[in-house]
Design a protein around this ligand. Structure first.
Ligand SMILES: [Zn+2]
Length: 170
């Protein structure tokens, strides 16, 4: 096992050789991810296994663990999302080969250039982020609960009260 993640990797050659790599990846090294986060501090624990299955498909199986900070869309305060993701990619060199992949694999298309591992991790994390992040525990939405005051009766009149007032005028 290799306790270090290279920036880029020749996925096909590494899968042919069969390797397990593990390391930490800084959030700040994933620029496409940052707009979705409220903080670029911290890192993710990433572990990758590359190999060849009995059908000859080269695969990249991985796990991603760690915390990211998002903005709760209910109270607009930061919230922590703990990621614990698993993924399984089939490595293909040509678009046509994607159709031949077994359904247990999501495709990752490689070019002649070594593949950026940060790109792969970014894609997996983006897929896992909730569309509308919100505290799972309503009790943590303090701003929402404490700042919300029910409208006072005199402010509650609305458009009908205005109409009534108009009607009263001669
Ligand atoms: Zn909240």
């Amino acid at each position: 096992m290799i306790d270090r993640l290279p920036d880029r990797l020749d996925l096909l050659a590494t899968a042919d050789a069969g390797r397990v790599l593990r390391g930490r990846m800084k959030l700040s090294a994933m620029p496409r991810l940052l707009p979705a986060l409220t903080s670029s501090d911290g890192d993710l624990q990433v572990s990758l296994e590359l190999g060849k299955d009995p059908d000859g498909t080269r695969y990249l199986r991985g796990t991603i663990q760690g915390d990211v900070q998002l903005q709760c869309q209910r109270c607009l305060e930061p919230m922590t999302l703990s990621l614990d993701l698993g993924f399984c990619l089939g490595i293909v060199r040509e678009l046509e080969a994607i159709h031949a992949l077994h359904e247990r694999y999501d495709p990752v298309l490689v070019s002649a250039e070594p593949t950026s591992l940060a790109d792969i991790v970014t894609d997996e994390v983006l897929l896992a982020l909730p569309l509308v992040p919100a505290h799972a525990d309503n009790g943590k939405c303090h701003a929402f609960v404490q700042d919300y005051k029910p409208p006072q009766p005199e402010q509650r009149d609305g458009p009908f009260a205005a109409l009534a007032e108009l009607k009263q005028k001669p």
